[in-house]
Design a protein around this ligand. Structure first.
Ligand SMILES: [Zn+2]
Length: 485
């Protein structure tokens, strides 16, 4: 978990604890903890039935604190009316307490026939826990760390074997307790980022200094080989310590990790702690360097894909479109289309999304915020390119706006339920210049279409869908259903 998110999570837990007490005296004033109330304030009950499609996940719709069974049922039911799935976190540092709270919520979910949703992030930390035995080792036999990832010291990818049982046990403890309690697990995710082997930043330089790494990587100067070996190790850690114990007890569970998804061999975004280092292979696009990425998804054993579609600040300087909305839209649609195109239909795509600009520009000055209107268009195109549902990452201060924008699209989209559940995307093209963007889902002989114009006064455009040519007229801010000839 990144530091920002850790703080958010701790604040949520703290607030939940204090509100649970405050709430007893004044029933009307504060019914739910503030982070949960923020979700209610920003959403309305769904107008269209969502069937058995995945709920909307929201960082704030997590860990409501200590509830009795009746309140838990009420909360789960009221969130479900809004299409929102409540998530419970497992905390291996506070096992009895976090298990008791998550049991209450999960039992309510089971009773109501809804999905049990789990955040297992805490269980995955840390492989690199500061133990010197996990550090790199130099020619004099002295341990050293790779400090190019910020506050979390990264160590030697080949020194983690003894950490595997420790991390796996943290997952297994909770999984087994759920099994014993006859509870299911339907959706389980982690936000496991700065830990374990990662080939980026100055990792390769550190490994070259390390005699253990040099013994294990034949062509250590070759980035492709370095990447392949590190990603294989990283995938294996996730599979062994997390995906495997979950799936062995709950074979149908959707299990995944932040940022791990099928793709075309390139990553169109950088996480907040990542930066480019000369010599790493990339595909150039204006000022952007899209890094070559390893196909880790199949080796992790994950059963859902979790792309990250955020307004990272650096995107703003990568492109020079005068319509600055298209800088965000273009990049974020590239990320979503990459996942949509390469993820098999039976693997759900649950995409992290975020709207407020993330981070600050290295070049100084403000990046112009992506407009809410075009962000909503982007979300529609994501849904019509294979995204199954969204996971809104946001802090409390941004929650109202973040949730309103996404919930509006999610709620409206439910009227096209059969297309969302059974339709096949017809287009993954992302225009290099701001013009007309078209996405669609084909079902039988009909296509659900979204058309967004970045230039005014555009006429009908002919596209191919299911081998047939169809004309798509402009239809601002709405979907169209077109029958194939
Ligand atoms: Zn090493």
């Amino acid at each position: 978990m990144n530091a920002h998110k850790l703080v958010t999570a701790l604040v949520i837990i703290g607030l939940a604890a204090s509100m649970a007490h405050a709430g007893q005296g004044k029933e009307k004033a504060a019914k739910w903890p503030p982070h949960i109330q923020a979700v209610f304030d920003a959403t309305k009950p769904l107008e269209f039935d969502r069937g058995d499609r995945l709920p909307l996940y929201i960082w704030q719709a997590m860990d409501p604190g200590s509830l009795d069974d009746k309140s838990a049922e009420k909360l789960v039911r009221k969130l479900n009316e809004r299409g929102v799935g409540l998530i419970s976190s497992w905390d291996p540092r506070n096992r009895a307490n976090s298990l008791a709270k998550s049991f209450t919520v999960s039992r309510a979910q089971k009773k109501l026939g809804l999905r049990v949703n789990i955040n297992a992030t805490g269980c995955l930390y840390s492989f690199f826990d500061g133990d010197e035995r996990t550090a790199h080792i130099d020619d004099e036999g002295k341990p050293f760390w790779d400090d190019s990832f910020g506050k979390h010291n990264m160590g030697c990818p080949f020194a983690l074997d003894f950490r595997r049982p420790f991390v796996r046990e943290q997952v297994e403890f909770f999984v087994k307790e759920y099994k014993k309690a006859d509870l299911g697990i339907d959706f389980i995710f982690v936000d496991w980022e700065i830990d374990g082997p990662i080939e980026f930043n100055k990792a390769q330089a550190a490994s070259k200094r390390c005699r253990r790494c040099r013994q294990n990587i034949k062509n250590i100067d070759d980035f492709d080989e370095f990447q392949k070996i590190l990603r294989k190790l990283r995938s294996e850690l996730q599979r062994h310590a997390y995906a495997e114990p979950v799936k062995s007890h709950f074979p149908k569970a959707l299990v995944g990790n932040y940022g791990v998804y099928p793709h075309n061999g390139y990553r169109y975004w950088y996480d907040y702690f990542e930066y480019y280092v000369d010599g790493q292979p990339f595909k150039a696009d204006r000022n952007a360097k899209y890094r070559k990425w390893y196909h880790e998804f199949p080796e992790t054993g994950y059963t859902f894909a979790m792309p990250v579609v955020y307004t990272w600040c650096r995107i703003f300087d990568w492109y020079d479109y005068a319509d600055t909305d298209y800088r965000w839209f273009y990049n974020m649609l590239l990320v979503a289309s990459n996942a949509g195109r390469h993820t098999p239909a039976e693997i759900p795509i649950i995409s992290f999304v975020h709207w407020h600009t993330v981070g600050s520009r290295p070049s100084g000055g403000q990046a112009k915020q992506f407009s809410g209107e075009k962000y909503k268009e982007l979300l529609w195109h994501m849904l019509l390119r294979g995204t199954d549902t969204f996971f809104i990452w946001c802090g409390r201060q941004d929650a109202a706006k973040e949730i309103q924008l996404v919930h509006k699209v999610y709620a409206e989209a439910q009227q096209y339920g059969r297309f969302l559940s059974k339709g096949t995307p017809i287009n993954f093209n992302v225009p290099k210049q701001p013009g007309t963007v078209i996405s669609g889902l084909k079902l039988g002989n009909r296509v659900l279409i979204r058309r967004t114009d970045f230039k005014k006064k555009q006429g009908p455009i002919e596209i191919t869908a299911g081998g047939a040519k169809i004309k798509v007229a402009a239809a601002p801010k709405r979907c169209q259903i077109i029958s194939l000839p």
